[in-house]
Write a protein that binds this ligand. Sequence first.
Ligand SMILES: NC(=O)c1ccc[n+]([C@@H]2O[C@H](COP(=O)([O-])OP(=O)(O)OC[C@H]3O[C@@H](n4cnc5c(N)ncnc54)[C@H](OP(=O)(O)O)[C@@H]3O)[C@@H](O)[C@H]2O)c1
Length: 232
Amino acid sequence: MHWLIVGGGAIGTALGRTLSEQGDSADLVSTSDQNGLPDGVTHQQLDSWEWANVHQCISDLNQLPDRVVITCGLLWQGEQQPEKRLEDLTPEHLINSLNANTLAPMAVLQALTRRLQRQSRLQALVLTAKVGSISDNRLGGWYSYRATKAATNMLIRTTAIEWARRFPDCAVGAYHPGTTISDLSSPFQARVPEGQLKSAADAAQCLCATMSKVSPATTGQFWNWDGSTLPW
Ligand SMILES: NC(=O)c1ccc[n+]([C@@H]2O[C@H](COP(=O)([O-])OP(=O)(O)OC[C@H]3O[C@@H](n4cnc5c(N)ncnc54)[C@H](OP(=O)(O)O)[C@@H]3O)[C@@H](O)[C@H]2O)c1
């Protein structure tokens, strides 16, 4: 099995290690440097997460993957923490969040779509977040993250409908990895109840298990880390 991992953060790199251990190969696309990647994982350096760069990188891949996992994302940056109230919302953070959480994953899906043929078989999961569920939003806050993950959920669902028509053996879904130790979650880990914070290695194992459920029969779902489905 050949995989494409987009994003070289905690979950992306842990997934690379898991795949290597199980004897799979992968291309790992990231802007960050990657040293000491395990056997079978090849780094594809990205200059920036801009749409055109992402497109070019995916178009240039030698091998079309069997499975794709898109892990790029942004919750906070420097002094800019997730918004607690509406007055905290800034156009800059909303646009930066949109670029990382929505545009970058969609550039990948669009570039892959251009390479698909009617008989292609591809399984894809895009890491969004449970807080991107509109019907599950009971706490409020985190305006930019919630909104841009919700936008991505809608784009994934729409892509699934189109793929089912044009590429009936392909499948795509949104995926919530559960709260996982990483830079992204670092300011919020202390609030997570005991036993509910995952290591990136555990998150990668769960991802692989759910990926095996992604099929044309289940395309267009919003998956939770335990293999159940979430409301949009
Ligand atoms: N960790 C959690 O608790 C949790 C919970 C729910 C959902 N998620 C989602 O899971 C995914 C993976 O998160 P993670 O925990 O592995 O976080 P992470 O270690 O912080 O990795 C996120 C990666 O996103 C990329 N990125 C950073 N800034 C970006 C930008 N401005 N534009 C585009 N990409 C950018 C970077 O990739 P490069 O290194 O390749 O440049 C970064 O390594 C994210 O989509 C996140 O929203 C995580």
